[in-house]
Design a protein around this ligand. Structure first.
Ligand SMILES: Cc1ncc(COP(=O)(O)O)c(C=O)c1O
Length: 326
């Protein structure tokens, strides 16, 4: 394909997309790219150019990883139903996933997207605390449902009146307004706030303050989970706190829509006593097979260890005076 043909075809696709999908969708880059194939860390456009995918937050074990592709294809060729039927694969997935959490986290519920997982977490928090107030970070993004859009300042929607800069102010404000706090909802690597990892444990005082008021800690692991923040499976681990609810998505199926939440059993006991839960596609056998395969690749290829942040380099010291040499 010549450079001119390529430009025309890109313009045609942009026009077609806008005609069919409308104006709410956004494309990446001033010169949008059309990828036609992916393999490992590489993406290929229609003209055969190869791009290193240093951005990706979904296909985290590599594009079209053969182990994941085969697991999806194998299960899709046999059966795909839903969680109203007994099926071992979803239980194998639940078991394998729960083994990655601290022992206090004992149940998992499956959804198709991170938004659904967060929305369900809000429902659980409201049911279990009787509260309605949620605390989020200044530029948070937690999903597309109307409840979550209101808790996602990064979308640019107007913030509710009385929004505050500090957790203690927010709690005080809720107290004055007669609002019972339900939870603090935090992306544990603060990806839309600018990525904040250090110092480890800095999230702890905020969580302790919220818990003192009877509210929960929901760790949004949609971005940092599955080893993506380096050295640990989950972003909350660097803060030394066990969440009440953990939500997950993006890398969970390496591109296949797999998401969910994991929680303390006593919370889901309360929620389950008052509500039923069913999600048509969430936890189906093909998605479960994809999820198992992702966990197997993370394990077999040592990906968490591979993403461990380097240890700080100790300074070189003078042999005589032991002073650090700049
Ligand atoms: C931190 C965080 N939470 C939740 C979501 C929502 O996930 P989904 O797009 O799968 O609904 C996203 C998506 O970008 C996210 O980054």
């Amino acid at each position: 394909m010549s450079a001119t043909d390529e430009a025309i075809s890109t313009q045609d696709l942009i026009a077609r997309r806008s005609r069919l999908l409308g104006p709410a969708y956004r494309l990446f880059y001033d010169q949008p790219v059309q990828f036609v194939r992916g393999e490992g860390v590489w993406l290929y456009d229609a003209a055969g150019h190869r791009y290193l995918d240093a951005y990706n937050n979904v296909a985290s074990v590599g594009h079209c990883h053969p182990h994941v592709v085969q697991a999806i294809a194998r299960q899709a060729a046999v059966l795909n139903t839903h969680t109203r039927y007994l099926h071992e694969t979803v239980l194998d997935f639940a078991e394998k996933l729960l083994a990655t959490f601290p022992p206090q986290i004992g149940h998992v519920m499956f959804t198709c997207t991170g938004s659904e997982a967060n929305d369900l977490a809000l429902r659980v928090a409201r049911t279990c605390t009787g509260g309605t107030g949620f605390i989020v970070t200044a530029n948070a993004y937690h999903g597309v449902t109307s409840a979550l859009a209101e808790l996602s300042p990064s979308l640019g929607l107007p913030l509710p009146e009385g929004s505050h800069g500090h957790v203690s102010d927010a709690l005080e404000d809720m107290r004055k307004s007669g609002i019972r706090p339900a939870a603090i909802l935090v992306d544990t690597i603060f990806s839309s706030d600018g990525v904040f990892a250090d110092p480890p444990g800095f999230l702890r005082p905020a969580v302790e303050a919220v818990r003192k008021e009877g509210a929960l800690f929901i760790a949004d692991e949609v971005q940092p989970g599955f080893g993506r923040s380096g050295g640990k499976m989950w972003g909350f681990a660097r803060h030394g706190i066990v969440p009440d609810i953990v939500t997950m998505g993006k890398p969970m199926g390496n591109g296949h829509p797999v998401a969910g939440l994991a929680a303390r059993p006593e919370l889901l006991a309360e929620f389950g006593a008052r509500s039923r839960y069913f999600n048509t596609f969430g936890g189906n056998p093909v998605s479960a097979a994809a999820g198992i395969a992702v966990l197997e690749v993370i394990e077999s290829e040592g990906l968490i260890e591979n993403a461990r942040p380097p240890a700080p380099i100790s300074p070189i010291r003078c042999g005589n005076c032991r002073r650090a040499i700049p």
